[in-house]
Design a protein around this ligand. Structure first.
Ligand code: GLC
Length: 447
């Protein structure tokens, strides 16, 4: 009984609060998600002192591959000497991304701005001696690119945080709630600072697994960040109390149930810069991921990892530029679209315009005999053309008879000279909103 009462006391404030949050976020949650839904592509930036040695971000000391002391020696090598925020934002814009998310502070606690909370930041403790966020954000804002701020809930270097490494836990919250509150005060101080200065469009939290929502005080935290910014978006790494899901690295095989989701993915195999990681995805492979996300109704948040001096590795620049050429050519089939039709109708990815009157088919490979096949679309196709090129395509309809409603099989001829280096996109302009044939095909009833 005692245990039950205890549990109730612990859980009930959370339940009450979480009901409250539902009320708040359901009021205009769809409107506030509109820009995110239409943006489709974002660039993630992991920049921190881990780029000096080129070791894994924060985890390298947490998991004991390097001591905390030696990890922190990287502060000296973090110069930001060649940091060119204009170049960064030009590249982001060129890639076709409509938003960016930058690590303001990773789990190691190193902040990229001149915070008055704590001493571990690019102004006070690294050779860079600069606030690095402000100049970048200024450039991003000037281009109308939406701003997301990544912030790690855990801070493994901060004296009042519970965890230091996977072997060293400083204390338990239950034993020392005062100490935990000191940590929360510091965290909220930093977050208020970020909010006041930069007023982000999106908060991208990480590391919620170390505590539960009540311990993190997620509801209170969200309320602080929503004050005067009711439309701000939260990712879901807030013990699930966010606006959209964030699968990581692996593209979901099946479409996630969540209405809004975003795949965050590395450009090679690492989040931070690692000189030994040359397992770069080619532009084709990045576009594969992007098209897959698009056709399943999600966003792609592609990560880049600048070096300690602020330069972006050439290989990464190349990928973003190639991606940009493709997104520019195919913009009408990318932004402001919705997920496409089931694979039973077309063996490949697709998207639909918002009015559902244009269907975009993405063709990765050279079609055999130059034809692609579409099945069971009942709406009349008024025109088929190559996106970004305009060539009108010939169609042939097979297996359609006048005495039943089965729409037949449409062969669309894609001439070889119109094939794109990456994906060729075919637009089908429909006579009305798309209608997919779902009935059984019956026996001949007339002839
Ligand atoms: C994980 C990792 C972190 C990385 C993040 C990006 O949560 O802890 O290192 O920054 O994913 O999504």
């Amino acid at each position: 009984m005692k245990i039950k009462i205890f549990l109730l006391l612990i859980v009930s404030p959370f339940l009450i609060q979480s009901q409250g949050i539902e009320e708040i976020s359901s009021s205009n949650s769809n409107d506030k998600m509109l820009w995110f839904e239409e943006a489709k592509l974002g660039i993630f930036i992991h920049w921190g002192i881990y780029s000096v040695n080129g070791i894994s971000e924060s985890w390298s000391f947490y998991n004991g591959y390097i001591s905390h002391h030696d990890y922190m020696k990287q502060l000296k090598g973090f110069t930001a000497n060649n940091f060119d925020p204009k170049k960064w934002s030009n590249l982001i814009e060129e890639s076709g991304a409509k938003y960016t998310v930058i690590t303001t502070k990773h789990h190691d606690g190193f902040a990229l701005w001149d915070s008055k909370y704590g001493n571990l930041n690019s102004y006070k403790s690294s050779t860079s001696k600069k606030d690095l966020l402000s100049p970048f954000i200024r450039e991003i804002r000037s281009k109308g690119i939406k701003l997301g701020l990544y912030y790690s809930l855990p801070d493994w270097s901060y004296k009042d945080y519970t965890h230091h490494t996977n072997k060293i836990k400083r204390y338990n919250i239950q034993e020392n709630p005062k100490r935990w509150n000191r940590f929360l005060k510091y965290r909220d101080g930093q977050l208020k600072e970020l909010k006041t200065r930069y007023n982000p469009d999106l908060w991208w939290f990480d590391g919620d697994w170390e505590h539960n929502a009540v311990e993190w005080k997620i509801i209170e935290l969200k309320n602080i960040l929503k004050k005067n910014s009711p439309n701000v978006i939260f990712n879901s790494r807030l013990n699930g109390l966010g606006d959209y899901e964030t699968p990581e690295i692996g593209i979901p095989v099946f479409r996630p149930n969540a209405k809004y989701w975003e795949l965050c993915v590395t450009i090679n195999d690492s989040w931070g810069y690692q000189q030994n990681d040359n397992n770069y995805k080619t532009p084709m492979q990045v576009i594969d991921l992007f098209v897959d996300s698009l056709s399943k109704g999600g966003n792609l948040l592609l990560n880049i990892s600048p070096k300690e001096d602020g330069s972006i590795p050439e290989k990464q620049v190349e990928v973003l530029k190639e991606l940009g050429k493709w997104t520019k050519k195919h913009s009408s089939a990318i932004y402001k679209t919705e997920r496409g039709i089931p694979y039973e109708h077309f063996y490949g990815p697709s998207t639909l315009s918002k009015d559902k009157k244009t269907l975009f088919l993405y063709v990765r490979d050279l079609p055999k005999d130059n034809n692609i096949i579409l099945k069971g679309v009942s709406t009349k196709i008024n025109r088929a053309y190559i996106v970004g090129n305009g060539t009108v395509l010939n169609q042939q309809v097979l297996c359609k008879v006048y005495w039943n409603k089965y729409p037949g099989i449409t062969y669309i001829e894609v001439p070889k000279q119109t094939i794109d280096k990456y994906y060729t996109v075919i637009a089908l302009v429909l006579d009305d909103t798309i209608n997919l044939y779902k009935e059984k095909v019956g026996a001949i009833e007339n002839n």
